[in-house]
Design a protein around this ligand. Structure first.
Ligand SMILES: NCCC[C@H](NC(=O)CCC(=O)O)C(=O)O
Length: 446
């Protein structure tokens, strides 16, 4: 029996150490903004404003908490000793790059937090979660433990929710979560087709792979997640990302494609075997015809797609068609802005475009879609979650006040070793777990 279900979006609340450290080789924005001074307060408020606008429209909007940064336990695991202030001081002096990595606010990009399979697709009819190991980048590889704790705290009821540990943290099983996963379906409550997009095969050195930039996701990782989640062949399609796109700066599939309902919006360079991918989806999708909205390089060159993050948009149902929630940069790139004007007039499934300002995050290569994790929940499952994380007017007010009270409006690399910053972060996060009713999820609270 098909149950009524909604797509809930869980955005990552930007953490107090948001900064530009140039940590992500292959991510053009991260590298080109290295060492600029960031504004963590503005970043967090931009993220909250996006959540609020969508919640006001009636979308179910959740919040995932930032992580403790700088992460002292990681510094200790790497041999820095003594009281916390001494650990920081030593790391700042001898290994500023390591300190920058353990200080990144990268957990804000919750599209990379986990892969989520709705209960309509899974063999045991529970919602399955696998936190992404993010093993391609050291600064991100330390996220999955706390991510897993936060998800378990929010989706606690085991009769509805199943949690798996992250895959083994080696390059063979590099997993970037929902950024390389999108779901097509006739309705959210109906069985869907989960499209897993990988950058390369781990156990086949002859297979095509990018030459310049790393492929972060392997086929073997995607297959393991699908197995863990109990997806059958008719619920899963595996597609290789075009290696030339990765070499052009498309480090995740969600920089070049986004799906919702029966619609896949993508650039012609997204997939290695475009025709096969579409055929595989069409063969499995039941109850609806696939709407493939293909953007050509002639209309939007790959570099403009990367510069504007056109595809890193949220594609959302409205009563009359779909809304594409795009980053502001899309209106600054002429080809993209022109394309969007034509898109809404084309008579296709996308009927509205709206601009969201998430510039602080964009400068690190994270657009509206990177900032959210989609969790499809039926009515019973939605009732079973920790409701303290759902964005109401009251929670928005509380979080805004909390950000205003605790966040700095300027942060540069050489401040990351400041013991005061660590104290500020811990005080803020301790208060936050109270506000959101999360219990103890941080190492400093355990
Ligand atoms: N889904 C968007 C992820 C963006 C993220 N950027 C970063 O980690 C940049 C951090 C820095 O360079 O300071 C990444 O590349 O994984």
């Amino acid at each position: 029996m098909v149950k009524h279900a909604v797509e809930a979006n869980f955005d990552g609340l930007v953490g107090p150490t948001h900064n530009y450290a140039g940590l992500s080789w292959g991510n053009v924005a991260s590298k080109s903004n290295v060492s600029s001074v960031s504004n963590p307060k503005e970043a967090a408020l931009q993220g909250l404003a996006k959540m609020k606008r969508l919640a006001d429209r009636g979308y179910v909007q959740g919040v995932l908490p930032p992580h403790e940064r700088p992460h002292i336990p990681t510094l200790r695991a790497l041999g820095f000793e003594g009281p916390d202030a001494r650990v920081l001081e030593q790391a700042a002096k001898s290994s500023p790059s390591i300190l920058a990595a353990v200080s990144s606010a990268s957990p804000m990009w919750t599209a990379n937090a986990a892969t989520v399979s709705p209960s309509a697709d899974t063999s045991d009819h529970r919602v399955h979660f696998t936190p992404a190991n993010l093993s391609a980048k050291f600064h991100r590889s330390i996220e999955h433990a706390v991510t897993g704790r936060a998800l378990k705290s929010i989706f606690a009821d085991e009769s509805y929710f199943a949690h798996h540990p992250a895959l083994p943290s080696v390059s063979h099983f590099g997993d970037e979560g929902a950024a390389n996963h999108t779901r097509l379906c006739a309705g959210y409550g109906e069985p869907g087709v989960e499209l897993f997009v990988y950058g390369q095969m781990a156990f086949n050195e002859q297979a095509p792979a990018p030459k310049k930039y790393p492929a972060r996701q392997t086929l073997e990782a995607s297959q393991a997640v699908a197995r863990l989640h109990g997806l059958r062949d008719q619920n899963a399609v595996f597609a290789q990302q075009n290696p030339d796109a990765i070499d052009g700066g498309v480090f995740h599939n969600d920089v070049i494609a986004v799906g919702n309902g029966n619609t896949l919006f993508y650039h012609e360079m997204a997939f290695l075997n475009e025709a096969q991918v579409l055929a595989d989806i069409r063969e499995r999708l039941t109850g609806a015809e696939l709407e493939a909205v293909r953007v050509s390089s002639a209309d939007v060159p790959l570099e403009d797609a990367v510069a504007s993050y056109l595809f890193n948009s949220q594609l959302l149902n409205t009563p009359d068609g779909m809304l594409l929630a795009v980053p502001g940069e899309c209106r600054e790139v002429a080809s993209v802005s022109r394309y969007l004007d034509g898109l809404v007039k084309s008579g296709g499934p996308i009927t509205a475009v709206e601009v969201f300002d998430v510039k602080q995050s964009m400068r690190n290569g994270g657009g509206p879609a990177c900032l959210r994790l989609r969790v499809v929940l039926n009515d019973d499952e939605l009732k079973a979650i920790n409701r303290g994380v759902l964005l109401t007017d009251e929670l928005y007010e509380r979080l805004t006040t909390w950000v205003e009270a605790h966040y700095r409006d300027e942060l540069s690399q050489n401040e990351l070793g400041d013991p005061m910053l660590l104290e500020e972060v811990r005080k803020a996060l301790d208060e936050l777990t109270g506000i959101m009713g999360l219990g103890s999820i941080y190492d400093f609270q355990l």
